[in-house]
Design a protein around this ligand. Structure first.
Ligand code: T46
Length: 135
């Protein structure tokens, strides 16, 4: 896995005078079966989240409101993404380290995940992440 597997996904948007509507169909817009949804809110603007990789989990991350930065790192190179549109998500593959910061006031981050929560799937130590990549 590498950061080139991470990609921006643009969801459909239907606009009319009442506003915009975006939808997500499992098996269509997301490259895995969605098994969990969680969201981050009331995030202090100076908060730093993430700081881990996952052995198996795949995710798509959206800024439903406001904006924030995600830095992805595959142990060889890093890439920065700014999420700021509710219809634009970032797909993050397994074995990619991610860090999130620069949250705007009132930002809401929604995450679609390929598996239920499992702490054993996390790698929260960067040295361990590098060692795991070398195995
Ligand atoms: C990720 C980024 C984008 C649960 O009990 N269930 C859950 O589904 C989740 C996501 C977390 N938790 C517990 C585990 C910790 O005790 O909530 C606490 C905070 O989780 P964490 O420190 O991992 O939060 P973030 O924002 O740093 O990371 C989360 C996801 O955990 C992670 O997979 O990629 O959002």
């Amino acid at each position: 896995m590498s950061i080139s597997d991470c990609k921006i996904l643009d969801l459909p948007k239907i606009t009319d005078p009442r506003g915009d509507l975006t939808f997500i169909e499992g098996g269509n817009h997301i490259p895995f079966q969605i098994r969990r949804v969680y969201y981050l809110y009331n995030v202090p603007v100076d908060s730093e989240r993430g700081g881990h990789a996952h052995h198996e989990l795949e995710q798509v991350i959206f800024a439903l409101s406001g904006s924030f930065r995600i830095t992805v790192d595959d142990g060889r190179e890093c890439r920065e993404y700014w999420l700021r549109a509710p219809r634009t998500g970032l797909y993050i593959s397994r074995m990619v380290w991610r860090e999130m910061d620069a949250f705007s006031q009132g930002a809401v981050c929604m995450v679609l995940a390929s598996q239920p929560y499992d702490e054993a799937d996390y790698i929260r130590d960067y040295c361990e992440f590098q060692e795991t990549l070398c195995r």
